[in-house]
Design a protein around this ligand. Sequence first.
Ligand code: SF4
Length: 325
Amino acid sequence: MSLLEIRNLKKHFPVGQALFSRNKDVVKAVDGVNLRVEQGETLGLVGESGCGKSTLGRAILRLIEPTEGEVYFEGKNLLAMSQRELRDMRRQMQIIFQDPYASLNPRMRVGDIVGEGLEIHKIARGKAKRDRVIELLRQVGLREDHYDRYPHEFSGGQRQRIGIARALGVGPKFIVCDEPVSSLDVSIQAQIINLLQELQEKMHLTYLFISHDLRVVEHISHRVAIMYLGKVVEIAQSDTIYRDAKHPYTRALLSSVPIPDMDGKKERVLLQGDVPSPVNPPSGCAFHPRCAYRAPICDQMEPPLDFDADFHGVACHVFGPVKRA
Ligand code: SF4
């Protein structure tokens, strides 16, 4: 059994909320995603801004209510749980946000921020809480004397360490890392990624690591899923994605990343145009208006995510394991 299994998950947002509005348009931010995440693995989730990856992360945790679908954590359907059951389950599932400053209450001391979850979930109080928070601060590379300081006294990287300590406090098994290094300098990004990897090994954590940057997820991910307009268009083992990507969108994303090419013959696949509106996505393959390889079938029929024998999934009529064009 997978630690996390998502079946046909959708999150649609109505457009134009005004009373008596006749506007029935919806933004299909997440539109039928199926994924499994195994215990102890990191699944990288990559796509351009607006592709639905952060919405997917929040819908999995029910921080926003999904429109449709199922989310199983250790075999239990989160979408069928009461608020009370969900609160207990939240100990197991945490999130680290992109902007560590915005996600930390500037009026709270670091010790109270990190210890808040310990109190809410009745894990520790008083001296036991303080001791546990200090242990957590040390685990993320901070010091005991940071306990009484405020978030504005820290650098961006240190603030992200505070966010990580807060997430770890309640003893989670699964953490959604939502662009956790995007707002940090490149040198600091590497430190935070290394820290997340160390913690994963020590605590047997499982991550969904969301990023718009394929370079960032390369070293931490065991598998990588690529999202485009609310759907997964390619998923495979990490080295397969970087060595043998099939989907033209993945190849275009890789083209924009300075990854050393083994045989020196890397073909550059440039993205044409902007991401279309998710309110009115293109027919057939949603990528077809930007795709240099589109065939006549591409604007007629949506390609399913087909898998080969190595579990490399590709949603493409031309380059997927099932050729339709
Ligand atoms: Fe391009 Fe067609 Fe494949 Fe879509 S299905 S990515 S349009 S070749």
